[in-house]
Design a protein around this ligand. Sequence first.
Ligand SMILES: [Zn+2]
Length: 555
Amino acid sequence: MALYRKYRPSEISSVVGQEETKRIISNAVINNMVSHAYIFYGPRGTGKTTMAKILAKMVNCEHLVDGVPCGECNSCKNIFTSNDVVEIDAASNNGVDEIRDLREKVNLVPSICKYKVYIIDEVHMLSTQAFNALLKTLEEPPSHVIFILATTEVHKIPLTIASRCQKFQFTKISDNLIVDRLKEIAKLENISVKDDALLEIAKISNGGMRDSINLLDQLRTYTDNDITVDDVFKVCGTISYKEMTELFINIKNNDIKYVVEFIDDIEKRGINYTKIIEDMLSFLKDILLYMSSVNEQYIKSNMDSIVNVSKVLDKNDLYKLLHKLDSVMENIRFTTRPSILLTTGFIELARDMNDEQVLETNNLKTKSVQEEEVVDKVETKLEEPKKETEEVGYEEYYNMYDFDGVINNTFAVASKEKLANVREKWNNISNYLVDKKYNPFVSLLIDTEIRVCGDNYLILSSLYESNILDICTKYDEIKKFMKVLLEDDYDYAIVTEEQWNDLKDEYIKNMHSGSKYEVRELNIKKIDKKEKKSNKKDNISSLIDIVGEDIIEYK
Ligand SMILES: [Zn+2]
């Protein structure tokens, strides 16, 4: 038997939390002031249906003592097998038939109990028709009937119905109360479980007792009765705060090896990437709140972990992490290799955070040969720090690098063998992930595809316009990287999937009509190096604009 059913409270005093509701309902029953219609509303798993059943039992017990059912009388023993308690799940259908049935039978007197109790779960899901039928009954309820309407979305209940009911709000149950209850159950069931594991179960269940007990149940089976916090993370397909803390700190420390191994481990564990990015985002949000001295009651993540990260990362780093994870999240559904997307993203961040440090220390004179490139960049930044760079769009790059010419020449020299050969080399691209010099280009090229290739020319396509633009801005550097990767020089054009389909059609048409492509000299223009700045503001920066960074709440 499921733990949740086994430990479902049968008395009002054993319901966890909801103190005010319990007190008012007990008093009403004791003083014979029971209403004919109730609405129990609040989040899932907080005890609404349980309380409804307990209330049904309380109002019907023949020998109620201080609001506690005797457990001996005919009603106590048989109430839930009689027809006097009717449960309707409005979520499973629109409820029209059930409500019609209800209207037909509502005037019949109960068979063994004093009151017939109708419990309508997820009542907001009833159709308008069903609500109208219910309303007619509620307008003049027979004296032997009690309605208990339970819902997670009280605002969806028509006002005409809601105004005829006494309303009780059920609130999320605190982590501490959930932990205490789980401890009791674990003890009775001989389950060995660590305190931090219980706390994590409570947090994951987000105030829902039912979810927490179900999770304990699941963990018991998974671990053979000995549950640690890591088991909780594993079963829930997520990563621990400790792991996130170490990851963020190692990104800051520019430990690329750690990052690569970390993602490798995630991959092996078969964790859902969307889920872990969500977890990371809410952890980062909490760190940001903590650093902005927001009241700790709004912070849900593990406090020790938050403090540890905030000792090493500053707000700027957090924003960078948030931005990067946000964009990874946006693209993750389009890629078949989320692990690479995430790895390259983190490596870029590590570089980015450490470039900043070069800038901060202002230690530009003592540079080693390898650092020259980085420092050059920094110096350019320093010379013109405020000047807005003029924006260069895709079309300009298209002309600048004579993509028309490249495309023409690629078709002129295209060969299937060459394409197969180049694609094979292209597959080694992930080897450059750990290479500091080249890994930024890996992340740009990972979502592109080589469409046609011949001697020294190739055409790439990508699904994303922003990706294409990023590649164009680094055209020459990527060309150098391709030389390393493909072991030869290539002039390349990058186009969208749509453009590629058009090009392909045109090529086929030309082949049929017998017109030939001939290699011509490329007309690559020398234009002052301009930097394309993305004018697309992402969600987070606009949020920060609106609310100011101190109260940003990112979900
Ligand atoms: Zn009884």
